[in-house]
Design a binder for this molecule. Structure first.
Ligand SMILES: Nc1ncnc2c1ncn2[C@@H]1O[C@H](COP(=O)(O)OP(=O)(O)O)[C@@H](O)[C@H]1O
Ligand SMILES: [Mg+2]
Length: 311
């Protein structure tokens, strides 16, 4: 294995009896990436994460985390990688600060260092003003943010979040994602699992789509879009059902247009960028008409649906 990737799995598999929960997973995550492990419930995301963290043994295959093998060197992995499980466990009868003190001590930090770190991380996750409240009184979103603070305490090189936005309201979700994005800016490599695509695609630099234990596609959101559609990123829907040859020719000559399809009541122009203004001009100069058109930008959700149609 090379040292180019901070997280790398090779033919990683996990069986439960005869059931294959993770099937030959090959994952390569480079430093500084925010990698989204996406897939529906039961796809094998948590099982993969547990093996990456050294909390569950692979049936076959290997994992490397910063060059360490989590199955053999779990302590070294824990030193470099922070992990927020799907269900965060805090002491409800302790305050946020007390909970983090506990984590700090578990990680062998001195009390003085811990106090300063806690102040810093609570600030980062926006919980400074409620740091002395009992965690039992926290909302789900606040607990997730405290969970991220808990990961931050040990200044990890890698942060692994399992469904960090699950069950949180939209505002809380935005907060969680923006905190994770800020973390990545500090050169922390992030692995984030989710079955909620909409939110995740905004912050991920790379994604892997997981289905029934298998990674069915991976790469940048853009790359997946191209692979799924083999076309452009934008669809411009022109409400003209029978365009003249002259108009088609003019549209074809616009830079970025890759395909034109006439559907029953419209002409759909696929392009690598939003060329609606140019199309509007072409229509005006050819027909003298001013038309309203719809522009669809491709989204990860559509890619995801595209892959899942086949699985
Ligand atoms: N300890 C276990 N024993 C048996 N089956 C399990 C166990 N853990 C997970 N599974 C099964 O493995 C599959 C993948 O689970 P999981 O990794 O939790 O998926 P995800 O996190 O993507 O929802 C599921 O079908 C689940 O029921
Ligand atoms: Mg899971």
């Amino acid at each position: 294995m090379t040292n180019d990737f901070v997280i790398e799995t090779k033919n990683l598999s996990r069986l439960y009896g005869k059931f294959i929960a993770v099937d030959n997973l090959n994952l390569q995550i480079a430093e500084g990436e925010i990698f989204g492990l996406l897939g529906p419930n039961g796809a094998g995301k948590t099982t993969s994460i547990l093996m990456i963290m050294g909390l569950s043994e692979p049936t076959s295959g290997t994992v490397r985390v910063c060059g360490y093998n989590p199955a053999r060197e779990p302590i070294k992995v824990k030193r470099v990688a922070g992990y927020l499980p799907e269900k965060v466990g805090f002491y409800d009868d302790l305050t946020a600060r007390e909970n983090l003190e506990y984590t700090g001590r578990l990680n062998g930090f001195q009390d003085k260092v811990i106090a300063a770190k806690i102040t810093e991380v609570l600030e980062k996750v926006g919980l400074s003003s409620v740091s002395d409240q009992l965690v039992g009184k926290y909302s789900h979103g606040m607990k997730q943010r405290l969970g991220i603070a808990d990961v931050m305490i040990k200044s990890p090189k890698i942060a692994v979040f399992d469904e960090p936005t699950s069950g949180i309201d939209p505002e809380g979700t935005e907060q969680v994602l923006s905190i994770i994005k800020d973390m990545a800016k500090q050169k922390v490599t992030v692995l984030i699992s989710s079955h909620q695509l909409h939110q995740i695609q905004k912050i991920c630099t790379q994604v892997g789509i997981f289905s029934k234990g298998k990674l069915v596609a991976s790469g940048s959101v853009e790359k997946l879009g191209r692979e799924a559609f083999r076309k452009g990123k934008f669809n411009i829907i022109l409400p003209i059902s029978q365009p003249t040859d002259k108009l088609l020719e003019n549209i074809k000559s616009i830079d970025g247009v890759v395909d034109i399809n006439c559907v029953h009541d419209a002409t759909v122009i696929t392009a690598s960028e939003d060329v609606s203004k140019e199309v509007e001009n072409a229509v005006a100069s050819t027909t003298g008409l001013k038309v309203q058109m719809k522009v669809e930008e491709f989204e990860l959700e559509k890619v995801y649906m595209e892959y899942f149609k086949e699985s």
